[in-house]
Design a protein around this ligand. Structure first.
Ligand code: PLP
Length: 223
């Protein structure tokens, strides 16, 4: 069932554009990252061929298996960083959105340096009590300094996962905190908004939406 993906991509882009304009923003200022974890290859390929320029993956091994069969596309690592996987992550991905502690930053920096590349990264903020990962907003500035001290990393901004709640006001408050923290951290990328909360994210100033099920449909069961 992959023949619906180009249509779904077009519809999603139109809806994002509308929401952006309603918020007084330009649709071009919002990058759509298709989160392709636990999705089969065919729909991912179809989306890229239909113009999707960015994909996100959370599992290193799964990504390594899939990437060889995909057309050129920008690849974002959005999963938890295990330091012993830093080298693989730096090899496979064009950007890492989930830097949430200094030892992860150092491991990535070492790996990127060994590859002779400068890796764009985001600091993952914890803005929801249910999230197991991410640095608390109060500690983000210190982590930012540590990242800036690494010549092989380039700090572009912040990423966060919104709270898992039906309370739209609570989601908006959490996203506002992420936006405020970006101002302290520096950079211009605010990666907030997933399938269930991207409208609140657009209103809060998101420059990067990470959408999985809303584009590709339900994920495959864990193996
Ligand atoms: C899975 C995942 C997404 C996409 O979630 P959907 O609800 O499927 O849109 C976005 N960001 C991160 C960090 C994820 O792990």
């Amino acid at each position: 069932m992959n023949d619906g993906v180009p249509e779904r991509l077009a519809r999603l882009r139109a809806e994002i554009g509308e929401a952006a304009r309603a918020a007084g923003r330009s649709p071009q200022d919002i990058i759509l990252v298709g989160v392709s974890k636990k999705q089969p290859l065919e729909p991912i390929r179809a989306a890229i061929e239909a113009g999707l320029g960015d994909i996100g993956e959370s599992y290193v091994q799964e990504a390594a298996l899939k990437f060889g069969s995909l057309p050129p596309v920008r690849k974002h690592y959005i999963g938890h960083i295990q330091t012993n996987k830093a080298k693989r992550i730096a090899e496979l991905f064009d950007s890492v959105q989930s830097v949430d502690r200094e030892d992860a930053a150092r491991a990535l920096a070492r790996a990127a340096s060994g590859l002779g590349k400068v890796l764009p990264v985001l600091i993952q903020l914890n803005i929801s009590s249910a999230d197991r990962f991410g640095v608390l907003p109060d500690a983000a500035e210190r982590l930012a300094e540590a990242i800036r001290a690494e010549p092989s990393l380039r700090l572009d901004g912040v990423m966060a996962i919104g709270p898992d709640t039906p309370d739209r006001a609570e989601i908006a408050r959490a996203f506002a905190l992420a936006a405020k923290t970006l101002a302290h951290v520096g950079g211009s990328t605010l990666s907030i908004g997933m399938s269930g909360d991207w409208r609140e994210a657009v209103r809060a100033g998101s420059t990067m939406l990470r959408i999985g099920t809303g584009l590709f449909g339900r994920r495959q069961e864990p193996r």
